[in-house]
Design a binder for this molecule. Structure first.
Ligand code: FES
Length: 136
């Protein structure tokens, strides 16, 4: 192989490597893996959350709380406060969700009762199937 041919081959190799190093991340960004894009379902035994109690879990990378309301049954809400994103805590005695950052208060439906949060906590789809609570 002559020197000119070798340099052309080397230039083509570097060019294609550079192109792939820019194109691959762009393609991965535009088309995320299917498993991450799809919402999963999580099943929890009803017995794990007695009446009046709550359970914190992570669902699709979001902290959520499942509450077994004494009169209305199960509900799943995002724990991420709609004000500045702190995590709300369940107050069993007051039957409220309290945000520790700026004293935002939500009822057990996720509606804002007081404080600065501009909107309710998002509800997460939930169904009861036999002895399980299915989230998602
Ligand atoms: S972050 Fe919850 S009230 Fe401000």
């Amino acid at each position: 192989m002559k020197r000119r041919g070798f340099l052309k081959l080397l230039l083509a190799l570097f060019g294609s490597t550079t192109l792939v190093s820019f194109a691959y991340p762009l393609i991965r960004f535009l088309a995320p893996p299917e498993e991450k894009a799809k919402a999963k379902q999580i099943g929890i035994k009803k017995s794990e959350i007695p009446s009046g109690e709550a359970k914190d879990i992570i669902f699709n990378n979001t902290p959520i709380i499942i509450i077994n309301r004494q009169d209305k049954g199960f509900i799943a809400l995002s724990r991420v406060c709609t004000h500045l994103g702190c995590l709300v805590e369940y107050d069993k005695a007051k039957k409220r969700l309290l945000c520790p950052c700026h004293a935002g208060t939500f009822d057990l439906e996720g509606n804002v009762i007081s404080g600065p949060p501009p909107k309710p906590l998002p509800k997460i789809p939930l169904g009861v199937e036999g002895e399980s609570v299915v989230i998602g």
